[in-house]
Design a protein around this ligand. Structure first.
Ligand SMILES: Nc1nc2c(ncn2[C@@H]2O[C@H](COP(=O)(O)OP(=O)(O)OP(=O)(O)O)[C@@H](O)[C@H]2O)c(=O)[nH]1
Ligand SMILES: [Mg+2]
Length: 225
């Protein structure tokens, strides 16, 4: 059995190494004028569906491409390609999150599509993605209404680390006991009162408003040339 302090030291070194590579990714993206998002949330929270629903609203403003993390299969990259987004799949074969080295290894191939916005869909997980900077401009945490309003309180790290939070599948609200004011109360202390955006990839509800807000924030940080 490895002693606890050795495990903590190892984890610290792994995260430091990750941060170094993430800065390299960030500086490559900035030097090429590419804005970037890291989209994280539980398995099935609706990450791929939301990215596909955002595409028609983003495309008039920015050329987009996607890197997609999953433990196995290239299903999500194929789904995004069908939605008109050039996409590369990263299969982690076990790891529960993407890390900066994986992003770095796929960067030149995805940049060959000359995106102005790179969307990275993380592996479905509400815990590990919070600790791994991928070199993105903004991290977006998704929670679907089917997961329960208590999740920000139970898994605070991701909701605290994210620059934006999106509540997904809101078309299902009439059919579920999910209580939006309770969700807002659980989220508020983690985000200095910032509220979640509400979207439905199914009906398109809230997607235009969400993309408008996102574009404003992305272009503020990194204006179009
Ligand atoms: N009703 C409804 N269903 C949705 C919505 N968005 C996604 N779904 C469904 O939820 C399921 C999971 O959606 P995905 O987009 O695959 O979720 P994901 O977060 O990308 O999943 P992983 O990549 O496997 O972690 C699918 O069956 C979708 O059709 C939505 O807005 N409303
Ligand atoms: Mg997906």
């Amino acid at each position: 059995m490895i002693p606890a302090n050795t495990r903590i030291e190892l984890r610290r070194r792994v995260l430091e190494e990750n941060d170094t590579i993430a800065e390299r990714v960030r500086s490559t993206l900035r030097s090429r004028g590419v804005r970037s998002l890291n989209i994280a949330g539980s398995p099935g929270a609706g990450k791929t569906a939301l990215i596909a629903a955002m595409a028609p609203h983003l495309k008039p403003h920015l050329r987009i491409a996607a890197l997609v993390g999953d433990v196995e299969t290239d299903h999500d990259a194929r789904r995004l390609e069908r939605a008109g987004i050039p996409a590369l799949q990263i299969e982690t074969h076990g790891a529960c999150h993407l890390d900066a080295a994986m992003t770095h290894d796929h960067l030149e191939r995805i940049l060959s599509h000359r995106p102005e916005l790179l969307i990275i869909e993380n592996v479905g997980n509400l815990v590990c993605p919070a600790s791994y900077d991928l070199g993105e401009d903004l991290m977006v945490a998704l929670l679907s209404v089917t997961e329960g309003e208590d999740k920000p309180a139970k898994y605070p790290a991701l909701f605290r680390a994210a620059h934006e939070v999106v509540l997904t599948k809101t078309d299902l609200l009439p059919h579920l006991p999910f209580d939006v004011p309770t969700f807002d109360r659980n989220l508020a202390p983690l985000r200095s009162g910032d509220r979640a955006h509400h979207t439905s990839a199914q009906t398109g509800g809230g997607v235009t408003e969400w993309v408008d807000h996102l574009l404003e924030r992305l272009l503020q940080r990194n204006p179009l040339n």
